[in-house]
Design a protein around this ligand. Structure first.
Ligand SMILES: [Zn+2]
Length: 544
């Protein structure tokens, strides 16, 4: 996802006070791996949904296939109000269930034996929540194109997929594959994830589009996009062979899209270089126009950036580099590696998606315009950092941390790259991560541990500092009798990150290893020092 940038930083303390929030029983049901979730492992979903624009309703069912991990008779499935579960079946027999807010606790009558594969089907209907400010405050978007045809889409990161279809609405568990069958009025088409297998014309003037996803998919990545789309396709010769590219846009945007979407192969080339093969060759890559800014829907990236470069025409870094490419094509596609390939288990660790994807913008810039350009881009984004609250959110209650997960997270990675100080190794680290955690859901600890092991660096205090603390580490120094004394302040215990500095205002950089204790550097009477700007830290000279 991308962050909404219209909040003025000045209002944030007020908002923070107004929004102080007590977590509820509903938040725990939504955000934790409850006993009624943990005993079964998702293997497959078949979502069948009928979209009825005239009264903005959905109806259909989800077949949930699963493997029993340990015997239990109560299963939690999720569906958010005002949608309603009509009935739940196992082997064709109706089951009883109890509703608790947006969670349903189903009583299974058949003994659930360890290792067995079973299925339940949840039938549902109703008017789903309408998105208030998609994609940030999501749900269903019901709009029209210029000719008055329906233009409908879903966006549900954070909110959860259960806002529009019944599922196990927790990120830790993904099905191994998924079928999505969407029925729409006959003059419209649906674009969802994966490959289109079949289109059926029904007797009631509707058509059903059967999509199939061959890979594990995270629940907010599932999407439907309904419009009178124009479609064209292409292929890309990448690291894993031939990748199918499919594009869907409104008729009125066909000409501009055909020009703007030429950036897709460029994006794939840069990201395969940095991160390894596109993670979903079997499902293809799609770019689909939607009536909101964009979202990283897996193999079906959605696009609403008005066919222009930048973020709605603006450069987030204020350096000019961000105007040379389309922010939504680059950022949302970057998520195919960091969000869809490597996925957080708990949204509290959302930085795994957004920090690496923010950094992918820098790496894209670097690939085409050079290392200095990439560095300027990520450094330029620092103006958007708030240091308001920690990047890591609160676990088990569906809570994400500060929006700093974007720009501060990207700058943390750029700072760590300085510590690695070896671009070949840095690239291997990023590619290795996508291989090691291929198609997995992960915790922050796994990612941090991997980076610590691969780099051999003491990164634990660095992660704690940037992810779990709001203070910006400050290199404090003072001039004493021709020498300079320096130390870290404003930092977590044990923070000893090495840094590059030069004496005076310019000159060759040299490495220092400050700790929270004063150390002395001979300075030949030079009374100031300058920190390499690639490090995201503060530097403060104390008076003599
Ligand atoms: Zn994002």
């Amino acid at each position: 996802m991308i962050r909404l940038l219209t909040f003025c930083a000045l209002f944030l303390p007020l908002l923070a006070t107004a929004q102080r929030y007590e977590f509820t029983h509903d938040d725990t049901l939504r955000g934790s791996i409850t006993p009624e979730r943990s005993w079964w492992d998702l293997t497959f979903y078949h979502l069948r949904v009928r979209v009825q624009p005239t009264d903005s309703t959905l109806s259909g069912s989800t077949e949930i296939r699963y493997r029993v991990l340990k015997p239990a008779q109560t299963m939690q499935v999720d569906l958010q109000r005002p949608l309603r579960v009509e009935r739940i079946e196992q082997d064709g027999k109706s089951l009883t269930f109890r509703q608790d807010g947006d969670a349903y606790f189903v009583t299974l009558t058949k003994p659930q034996k360890t290792g067995q594969n079973e299925a339940v089907t949840v039938f549902y209907s109703g008017k789903p929540r309408v998105a208030k400010r998609p994609p940030w405050d999501g749900g269903l978007v019901w709009k029209h194109d210029k000719e008055g045809n329906w233009f409908i889409a879903t966006a549900c990161q954070g909110l959860g997929a259960s806002a529009w279809w019944p599922c196990k609405d927790h990120m830790y568990d993904e099905p191994d594959s998924m079928a999505i069958s969407v029925t729409v009025p006959e003059d419209l088409m649906d674009v969802s994830n994966g490959q289109l297998r079949k289109v059926t014309t029904n007797a009631d003037r509707t058509r059903t589009f059967d999509w199939y996803v061959k890979n594990p998919i995270n629940n907010y990545g599932v999407n439907i996009n309904v419009a009178r789309y124009k479609h064209w396709s292409d292929t890309y010769q990448g690291e894993k062979g031939t990748l199918a590219l499919n594009y869907y846009v409104l008729p009125e945007h066909l000409d501009s899209a055909k020009i703007q979407f030429q950036q897709v192969p460029k994006m794939l080339k840069a990201f395969e270089y940095w991160f390894g093969p596109y993670p979903f060759y079997e499902d293809g890559y799609k770019l689909v126009e939607v009536p909101y800014l964009g979202m990283e829907h897996q193999s079906s990236v959605t696009y609403g950036n008005r066919f222009q470069n930048g973020y709605l025409g603006r450069d987030l870094s204020q350096t000019g580099w961000g105007l040379l490419w389309d922010f939504i094509i680059v950022h949302e596609s970057g998520h195919e590696w960091f969000a869809n390939n490597i996925t957080y288990k708990d949204v509290a660790d959302m930085w795994i998606h957004e920090s690496f994807t923010n950094y992918s913008e820098c790496l894209f810039t670097e690939y085409y315009y050079g290392k200095e350009a990439g560095a300027q881009y990520v450094i330029g984004c620092r103006a958007l950092i708030r240091n308001d609250k920690p990047i890591v959110g609160i676990y088990n209650v569906n809570n994400s941390g500060s929006g700093d997960m974007y720009y501060k997270g990207g700058n943390m990675l750029h700072t760590i790259r300085q510590l690695v100080n070896n671009d070949v190794k840095w690239r291997q680290l990023l590619r290795g991560m996508n291989k090691t955690f291929y198609h997995q859901t992960v915790t922050a600890q796994q990612i941090e541990q991997y980076m610590i092991q691969q780099t051999g660096l003491n990164l634990k205090p660095v992660f704690d500092q940037y992810l779990r603390d709001i203070r910006l580490p400050t290199l404090e120094y003072r001039s004493v009798k021709g020498s300079l004394q320096y130390r870290w302040t404003n930092c977590v215990a044990g923070f000893d990150m090495p840094i590059r500095i030069c004496l005076g205002e310019s000159g060759p950089y040299r490495s220092l290893q400050p700790t929270s204790q004063w150390k002395t550097l001979p300075a030949n009477g030079v009374t100031t020092l300058t920190v390499d700007p690639n490090y995201y830290v503060l530097c403060k000279r104390l008076g003599e």
